[in-house]
Design a protein around this ligand. Sequence first.
Ligand code: FAD
Length: 457
Amino acid sequence: MNTVTRPRILVVGAGFAGVECVRRLERKLSPDEADVTLVTPFAYQLYLPLLPQVASGVLTPQSIAVSLRRSKKYRTRIIPGGAIGVDLKSKVCVIRTITDQIVNEPYDYIVLAPGSITRTFDIPGLTDHAFGMKTLAEAAYIRDHVISQLDLADASQDPDERASRLQFVVVGGGYAGTETAACLQRLTHAAVKRYPRLDPGLIKWHLIDIAPKLMPELGDKLGSSAQEILRRRGIEISLGTSIAKAGPEEVTFTDGRVIPTRTLIWTAGVVASPLIATLGAETVKGRLAVAPEMNLPGNDGVFALGDSAAVPDLAKGDDGAMCPPTAQHALRQGKHVADNVIAALRGQSMQRYVHKDLGLVVDLGGTDAVSKPLGIELRGLPAQAVARGYHWSALRTNVAKTRVMTNWLLNAVAGDDFVRTGFQTRKAARLKDFEYTDAYLTPEQVREHIEGTGRQA
Ligand SMILES: Cc1cc2nc3c(=O)[nH]c(=O)nc-3n(C[C@H](O)[C@H](O)[C@H](O)COP(=O)(O)OP(=O)(O)OC[C@H]3O[C@@H](n4cnc5c(N)ncnc54)[C@H](O)[C@@H]3O)c2cc1C
């Protein structure tokens, strides 16, 4: 069979869902059965749950960036770029490559796994002054930024400037925000010992959330334990509170408090990638509405999964629940969708996705953690062992496992040197610059582009 007649499978996004899917397709399909192509802006799969540990310097950025080209068995063609639109009618995906070229990629089967972006609201100043915690660059940037606040506060003679540089605000009491606040507080707490001229009492971390509880999925008892750990460490938790306004040197809370700060970290949830809106198809809260088989009804060969898709959560019954946006679901859906693509290709029947949640692990740094594996409530060291064991075993390659384990051991023994690299100091640091949210076309622009360029690239 020559290349032209082989079905073309295009996978968009190399995250938990996309990479699992591609690896399974490579394993289960013979090279003659289909051509597999992956579109991804980066040459790695990012292990997002460990991002707070990169921000706090426990892990190096490389250790959670798992290579897509580790083995010769990985025969998928990789297009370095991002999909900026999909035309379902002509079955073409429009891609902006990393050199800013716009190319058309026709497909027979498309698997959409572009994940999510940080959810923002119409709060004055928010997108200009907040940092997110969704990309490797953001985690590395925040680390440098936090250390630079200590450096600048140390050098300043102005007590007001010192005070504002030593206050930090994290918005979002889900696991991402809670882990971020906890891990970064440990960073500043340890680092300040190297600044004898700074008063440690001036360092203050705020964790705020509009909800009445932190991480409600933990349940009341475990949630209170997490809050207790954070409060003991001096993190001020404000619930039922959000941001009214953000500026370069202060943040106003909805309860009227004005906090002088140069650091606002925004982790208040995620929304599906803007790529989904370019399809002009039905969505549920921005996620593509798919069937339990993860295909798009009425559109042959279109599949979506992970954070970008509203996959019915059949383990919770038939009451319209959607799978939550977690890595746990994304990687299982990746395998499952690969099987369904293969079934569709071979004219077999597809299977519905069902997975019962295994629980939650929350690493608060050091020996502090809370976990709820299979409903069992754990705290302290056992919880930490489960949290780290879970993440460690979920890393895809042995090299990544070795890097992470070595980093953990090294950090436990030698600590952190709190080095500020300065690599990105003068770069723009807004949410859209890190997450490229302004790169996408509208559904009309996609159609105009396809009609203007013809179907083929
Ligand atoms: C700080 C943090 C902590 C977390 N902790 C946990 C946890 O403890 N447990 C848990 O289960 N989940 C956790 N999550 C959630 C989990 O990481 C996500 O649910 C999971 O990554 C979703 O997988 P995905 O494949 O859908 O998306 P992702 O893993 O985000 O992958 C999407 C991929 O698509 C790429 N992409 C984006 N747009 C495009 C485009 N237009 N074209 C091509 N490629 C594109 C991205 O670069 C990325 O590589 C955490 C998330 C964060 C941010």
